[in-house]
Design a protein around this ligand. Structure first.
Ligand code: AGP
Length: 616
């Protein structure tokens, strides 16, 4: 999950590339670097640390030249050092390269190149790729017509295993960039007399809305005048120019302290967008434009199988509850990374879904490919138009919540819950859910933005609770049924942005072991819904209280908690069971955010993480 930017045009490339890298830093921020063409050689500025450091300390911004590449790194091979930062130069100085992905057969290639006299300054697989391009370039006769440089890149890529999104420059070709992708996203921005290349549109949107999404196996050749796309076997590809729908301010802080704060508070509007146009005329069911599967085929489906990672996997667990509750269709949920290798027995009438905010998570992409290899239809629920998963799926549902920049998923997660609730309604009304229940369900979904808005009003009180609990080192998050996955999500939020150890469990499960953790030093966050589970959850709370465990209760308005049972009570509105997971998520988003702020963590770019995991 690194960030890649390239530029060819009339402007000074260094400033444009660095600005683009800053917009991609959420993809990886261990180190940053740029390389600019300087008439047959390269001016390179690179170092460990953030793009900011590159802009302040080194002469990066002073580098002139109108063709260049830049990179922000999330370390895979080799530690976080200046030497391992990209761009890398070949040992003969002719080739400069940046890379997102993992070259799996780099060790054997490195051994071969060493016998050919190539030397290495870093521990990275990327430098091996760079020297291999240089090797083929110096071996390649001046190709007739085709660029010798382009052919050397193609030949190299035919010899590597693994994943890559690369941008390459050759000192002999001053106004050219060659780029290629296999498993790591790359987008071309077609501007006015300039071309931009980036890992995602956030780096391009400020200069153009005209984009071409590169596909796996394609090679892009950019020159000062034009661009062309071909395959590794030199077959021409006709480019399709799309228009980006969102605006630059969607990827700016707009006065918020962090993107995570902005994205938590824009959930009411974001969830409106997720629902827009997705209710039937008669108001009794949902409708989707891009499922690409007939009602008859959906009716024949006797099992759904969801594949995802991280928060998206938690969203699938909630969706499982809702579909089984309201549509009576059995649902299986798998970690995408596990499904690929489980080789489990599958039925013939199973429909697969992937859930992925970025649409680039390599484990989810690979799991989708595995399901499709077995002959199954896969529909994608995701948030990025034109993403790899969106383009390879048989159909799907876009979340339409705009770019999510904070590494910790917030609006994308609640949007996935809302799509899951819409899907449960749609399938339920194709089966046993009657008209009036459907109308009631639709009204509940339409009320979600207001319920979230009212819950966000609890922010000041939750901020005070966060201050009182920020010093603890361990937390349990406990919920039942559709709130158990929300407990998992709350634990993940706290872990990933505050670095505090937290675990989520079904509330009743904690007495089978985790209760051993309970002491005055290990608070528990309980989700307490009114209704059939209330007494059971209260019993679990009392077991914690009996062991001096502190309790933060996230309870719906009508719950009458025994006096003194909870140390903190966060009251959320009563609501339809299909939307309760969405409403219950907001307080744990706020709690983890305010604790992380209290601990002065880097909320939007937590250590060791990146927004989109495009390496296995
Ligand atoms: C969520 O807060 C995490 N940043 C992470 O678990 C994320 O949900 C996971 O990597 C899946 O990402 P995706 O939705 O883009 O596939």
């Amino acid at each position: 999950m690194c960030g890649i930017v390239g530029y060819i045009g009339k402007q000074k490339a260094s400033a444009i590339i660095l600005e683009g890298l800053k917009r991609l830093e959420y993809r990886g921020y261990d180190s940053a670097g740029i390389a600019i063409q300087q008439g047959g050689r390269f001016e390179v500025a690179k170092k460990a640390g953030r793009v900011e450091g590159l802009m302040k300390g080194t002469p990066a911004l002073k580098i002139t030249g109108t063709t260049g590449i830049g990179h922000t790194r999330w370390a895979t091979h080799g530690g976080v050092t200046d030497a391992n930062a990209h761009p890398h130069l070949s040992s003969d100085g002719r080739i400069a390269l940046i890379h997102n992905g993992v070259i799996e057969n780099y060790a054997g290639i490195k051994k071969f190149l060493l016998t050919k006299g190539y030397t290495f300054q870093s521990e990275t697989d990327t430098e091996v790729l760079c020297n291999l391009i240089a090797y083929h370039y110096q071996k390649e006769p001046a190709a007739q017509g085709e660029s010798r440089f382009l052919e050397a890149v193609r030949k190299t890529l035919r010899h590597v295993d693994g994943t890559y999104g690369i941008a390459v420059m050759c000192g002999d070709c001053p106004a050219e960039i060659v780029s290629a992708r296999k498993g790591s996203p790359l987008i071309l921005g077609v501007g006015d007399g300039e071309l931009m290349l980036a890992s995602d549109v956030a780096a391009i949107i400020s200069r153009t809305q005209n984009v071409v999404y590169l596909k796996d196996g394609e090679v892009l050749h950019m020159t000062a005048q034009n661009f062309s796309i071909s395959t590794l076997d030199s077959e021409d590809v006709s480019p399709v120019v799309d228009k980006i729908t969102w605006k630059i301010e969607d990827s700016e802080l707009n006065g918020h302290a962090h993107f995570m704060e902005k994205e938590i508070f824009e959930q009411p509007a974001a969830l409106e967008n997720t629902m827009r146009g997705r209710f039937s005329e008669d108001g009794s069911t949902a409708q989707f434009g891009g499922l690409n599967i007939s009602a008859v085929d959906l009716r024949q489906t006797d099992r759904l199988h969801f594949l995802a990672c991280g928060s998206a996997w938690h969203a699938c667990l909630v969706t499982e509850h809702l579909i089984e509750r309201f549509a009576r269709v059995p649902v299986e949920v798998d970690y995408a990374s596990e499904f690929r290798y489980r080789n489990m027995p599958l039925g013939n009438s199973t429909l697969f879904f992937t859930v992925s905010q970025s649409g680039e998570t390599i484990d989810t992409l690979a799991a989708m490919r595995e399901a499709r290899r077995k002959g199954y239809k896969v529909l994608a629920i995701n948030n990025v138009v034109g993403s790899s998963i969106a383009r390879e799926a048989d159909g799907g549902i876009y979340q339409h919540v705009g770019p999510e920049i904070g590494v910790a998923s917030t609006k994308a997660f609640t949007s996935q819950l809302l799509v899951g609730a819409l899907l449960a309604l749609y399938l339920g009304r194709m089966r046993d859910m009657n008209f009036s229940d459907g109308v009631e369900y639709v009204q509940a979904l339409k009320g979600v933005p207001d319920l979230v808005r009212r819950t966000l009003e609890l922010a000041p009180a939750i901020k005070e609770i966060a201050k009182r609990y920020a010093h603890y080192h361990d937390f349990l998050f406990l919920g039942r049924l559709s709130l158990f996955p929300v407990a998992l999500e709350g634990a993940l939020k706290l872990k990933e942005i505050s670095y505090i150890h937290a675990e989520g469990y079904p509330a009743a499960e904690m007495k089978h072991g985790p209760i051993a953790l309970i002491s005055e030093q290990c608070p528990s966050v309980f989700f307490v819904p009114s209704g059939e589970m209330f007494n059971k959850v209260v019993s679990s709370m009392q077991e914690i209280k009996a062991r001096k465990g502190k309790i933060i209760a996230i309870a719906t308005a009508h719950c009458e908690l025994p006096a003194g049972l909870a140390d903190e009570v966060i009251r959320i509105p009563e609501c339809h069971e299909a939307v309760l997971p969405i409403v219950a998520t907001v307080p744990v988003q706020l709690l983890s955010y305010y604790i992380a702020v209290e601990l002065k963590r880097d909320v939007d770019k937590p250590r060791n993480l990146a927004k989109s995991v495009t390496v296995e």
